[in-house]
Design a binder for this molecule. Structure first.
Ligand SMILES: Cc1cc2nc3c(=O)[nH]c(=O)nc-3n(C[C@H](O)[C@H](O)[C@H](O)COP(=O)(O)OP(=O)(O)OC[C@H]3O[C@@H](n4cnc5c(N)ncnc54)[C@H](O)[C@@H]3O)c2cc1C
Length: 462
């Protein structure tokens, strides 16, 4: 067995990013992945019918386009930018839309126009600093003090309080759709931060997708890694750190797996931290092959790849509250992507794909297909008639596909203050003298941005 300077276990976007940073520092690095393909949450497969290419996990990439690490390595992805970052249909053919321009978005919000401009304007005007603050661990001595203060004071709020500032159904709906990405009830602290940052990135950078599918992101990352002399080994599940011969080991896994793999090498406080970790709510996902584009009742949802399907703020809040209580909402909040409207390489001519999921209690076994499709049909009458193929993945299948999705949790653990406030630079990543956590269970958490991997590698390099 060749001794490596570093081994990274798990080739999701964070694992590959960690491996790139280690290789960039001149270390001979091996990247080991249990699946037969690289990418973890950034894979694309023919899940329904031949010729229909579906994003198995991530689909829409605001975090990737804003990622300082991806920018630093000149990641070569052909980003497709739909004209509108996202829409949020309401009953009666009405719709709220986050447009690229703050002014245009605000202009459609009637009496909420000024409130929206006042909220989003300063964040968008200082987007690079805001992104740096939000995609790094919280520091007691932040480099960008104003950006940090803004994020702490407004972002630290529950999304419910942020939504209260708005009076129109459209304004409230925008806040609800963005904040629901936290996968937490809206009364939970800091849920506003997720919505604000995703919205602000939408204005500044768009909500793009990768041409050909999110597997293109994994391929671009892999290309960088191998250019730097890195080696990838697929189809190998690591169960014990003693199998690996390296000076440094970085784990792109969830905390229970980190304990199982490297238990004897963990420091006592890191071990306690890993054992306190809890998975968040799960997701139930459906991919569709369609005979035509989704017939939205509103005039704007055909101009975006991302549609927040859930109705009014009150309905979305109720759905997320139900999931938080361990219940299955009758009218779930559905995150929907319609990639083929802007990327015809993903389906045969004239045909389309759609991707959608809703939140469910962790480990749920309830089939949400009908509830999801009923919600879409409500805002796009005729949707059901277009379905020619369907693939369904509940929490158990998600976890089978990728052990990091514990009970269907795609967020790397419960989002909340405990996760946000992991103080210190190296502490959140260091598990032992030579073992580090580089997955989305570490700061800054879920999403395809590679920052957990990059920051863990920097902590390991020292
Ligand atoms: C349905 C769904 C939709 C999503 N939508 C979006 C989206 O639109 N935009 C976005 O930014 N993010 C989205 N995400 C989240 C995003 O995919 C994750 O946050 C991201 O992939 C986390 O990256 P990671 O590298 O930490 O882990 P992962 O991507 O989960 O990769 C971990 C890898 O480690 C491997 N592994 C685990 N254990 C072992 C072991 N013992 N030995 C060897 N290999 C191992 C796994 O097989 C996997 O390949 C979505 C996720 C899902 C599931």
């Amino acid at each position: 067995m060749t001794r490596n300077d570093a081994v990274v276990v798990g080739a999701g976007p964070n694992g590959i990013s960690a491996a790139i940073e280690l290789a960039r520092s001149g270390r001979q690095t091996l990247l080991v992945e249990e699946a037969d393909v690289i990418g973890g949450g950034t894979r694309t497969e023919e899940l329904t019918l031949p010729g229909f290419h579906h994003d198995v996990c991530s689909a829409i990439h605001p975090a990737a386009i804003a990622s300082p690490f991806f920018a630093s390595i000149g990641l070569e992805v052909d980003w497709v930018q739909p004209p509108i970052p996202f829409t949020h249909p309401l009953d009666g053919g009405r719709v709220a839309a986050l447009q690229r321009s703050v002014t245009t978005t605000a202009g459609a919000l009637g009496e909420d126009a000024g409130r929206y401009r006042k909220l989003m304007g300063p964040i968008v005007d200082n987007i690079e600093e805001m992104v740096e603050v939000s995609l790094n661990p919280v520091s007691l001595n932040p480099k960008h003090k104003t950006a940090f203060a803004r994020l702490a004071m407004i972002g630290g709020l529950p999304a419910a309080l942020l939504a209260k500032r708005f009076h129109t159904e459209e304004g409230k709906a925008l806040i609800s759709g963005m904040s629901a990405h936290a996968i937490r009830p809206f009364h939970a602290p800091a849920t506003a931060a997720v919505g604000l940052m995703l919205g602000a990135i939408g204005h500044a950078h768009g909500w793009p997708m990768a041409r050909g599918g999110s597997a293109s992101i994994a391929a671009a990352l892999e290309a960088r890694f191998t250019e730097l002399g890195g080696v990838v080994e697929l189809g190998r599940r690591v169960t014990d750190i003693s199998e690996l011969d390296a000076d440094l080991t970085l784990l792109d896994v969830m905390p229970p797996a980190a304990v199982a793999i490297a238990g004897g090498r963990l420091g006592s406080s890191a071990r306690r931290r890993m054992e306190r970790w809890r998975p968040g709510s799960g997701v139930f996902k459906v991919d569709w092959a369609l005979d035509g584009p989704i017939p939205w009742a509103d005039p704007l949802s055909g101009q975006t790849a991302t549609v927040h399907v859930g109705g009014s703020y009150a309905e979305v809040a109720a759905a997320e509250r139900a999931v938080g209580r361990g219940e299955h909402p009758k009218r779930p909040f559905v995150l929907l992507a319609q990639q083929t409207l802007f990327d015809d390489s993903r389906a045969p001519a004239g045909k389309h794909t759609a991707w959608g999921y809703c939140h469910v209690p962790n480990g749920s076994t309830v089939d949400m297909t009908d509830a999801i499709e009923t919600q879409i049909e409500r805002f796009a009458p005729g949707f059901r008639d277009l379905i020619i193929g369907r693939a369904v993945r509940g929490p158990a299948t998600q976890e089978q596909h990728n052990p990091n999705y514990v009970g269907g949790d795609i967020g790397g653990g419960v989002y909340g203050l405990r996760k946000v406030l992991q103080l210190g630079y190296s502490a959140p990543y260091r598990l032992g003298d030579d073992v580090f956590l580089c997955s989305s269970a570490a700061p800054p958490g879920a999403g395809v941005h590679g920052m957990c991997g990059f920051l863990a590698a920097r902590a390991a390099i020292g």
